[in-house]
Write a protein of this length. Structure first.
Length: 329
């Protein structure tokens, strides 16, 4: 069975160097030495990994914010260069790689134009937004042009975790009773930044953006970043008569959001997600190179609660449809 994974990461040393002229990388990213050269590699270890795990195509994205702390004028230039590099890297392997654009969030109008350029010129599948932008969530009106452009182009926006606000990290996740390393893990990939993205998802729904852009599609990794388990509660505490929205929060989630496992291989969680939102709204993802260990293909194929048709949807058909990826000949 064809496998397309859509949360697989890449970076380029040139872009790292450009960013470092303006700001230091967050400590969390500096500590990720275990990925080695896997992030920058395209032709070697990455394809070997894909072949070993029966992955036909990866949809690549820059993991960390490319230009978060860079002046707007420089951010536009750096993001364009980052997208050009990624397009150049995947061009020799059109059957193995596709990509999400990275956008200069400091200038939302330019970001919308860059999204359009990447989709029309490079056939990129949409864009990945990492975390918040300088303390701002994306439901704010200034960011609307980006989402409007994505809806116009019929491409999704993928939300990815990123380091959270330092004040929040210090207050919620740091304690003298455990190490600074554990506090950092707790605040980031262990829990904190997943909660942060979940809050982001709900804020976007409450802003009414899906009433304005009913065909807007959002991708959320890590089984939806905690939100699916709270949909019933969210509906009960914030019904349409309170929010002023046309639908329940859960209805927007089940219609406009698509989720991935991001390499979290939990059978009970997988079955719950299929029951809750349906196989039509789940796409496969490994989270390479941060997750390398696991029987990703076997895990999906051995899911007894899925029909063969549902496995096909999750394995590749949903991604091909939503991301406009060419399927098997």
């Amino acid at each position: 069975m064809r496998i397309v994974t859509i949360e697989e990461h890449f970076t380029a040393q040139e872009i790292i160097d450009e960013n470092n002229k303006f700001t230091e990388a967050p400590e969390f990213y500096k500590s990720m030495v275990f990925v080695g050269n896997s992030l920058t590699d395209i032709d070697g270890e990455r394809i070997d990994f894909m072949d070993k795990h029966k992955i036909d195509m990866q949809v690549l994205s820059y993991t960390s914010p490319v230009s978060d702390q860079v002046p707007a004028s420089e951010a536009v230039r750096i993001c364009k260069r980052a997208n050009d590099i990624l397009a150049e890297k995947i061009k020799p392997h059109p059957e193995r790689f596709a990509a999400f654009a990275t956008l200069p969030m400091a200038d939302p109008v330019e970001a919308a134009q860059e999204l359009e350029r990447c989709v029309k010129e490079y056939n990129f599948c949409g864009a990945l937004l990492a975390g918040q932008f300088q303390g701002h969530f994306y439901e704010e009106k200034s960011f609307f042009p980006i989402f409007a452009k994505a809806a116009e182009l019929d491409v999704p926006i993928s939300f990815h975790p990123a380091p959270i606000n330092q004040v929040i990290q210090d207050f919620y996740y740091t304690s003298p009773e455990y190490s600074a390393f554990i506090a950092g893990q707790f605040a980031s990939a262990g829990f904190g930044w997943h909660l942060d993205v979940g809050v982001h998802e709900v804020r976007l729904i409450l802003s009414g953006i899906f009433d304005k852009l009913p065909n807007l599609k959002i991708i959320a990794g890590h089984w939806g970043e905690l939100i699916p388990a709270y949909l019933e509660r969210l509906d009960y505490m914030m019904p349409p008569q309170s929010t002023g929205l046309r639908k329940k929060i859960s209805e927007y989630y089940k219609e406009n959001f698509y989720i991935t496992p991001s390499g979290i291989l939990s059978p009970m969680q997988f079955e719950y997600m299929v029951t809750l939102i349906g196989a039509e709204h789940i796409m496969w993802a490994v989270d390479y190179p941060y997750i390398k260990q696991g029987n990703f293909y076997e895990f999906l194929m051995s899911a007894e609660f899925l029909t063969n048709e549902e496995k096909e949807l999750i394995a590749h058909k949903n991604a091909e449809k939503i991301l406009h990826i060419k399927g098997e000949n």
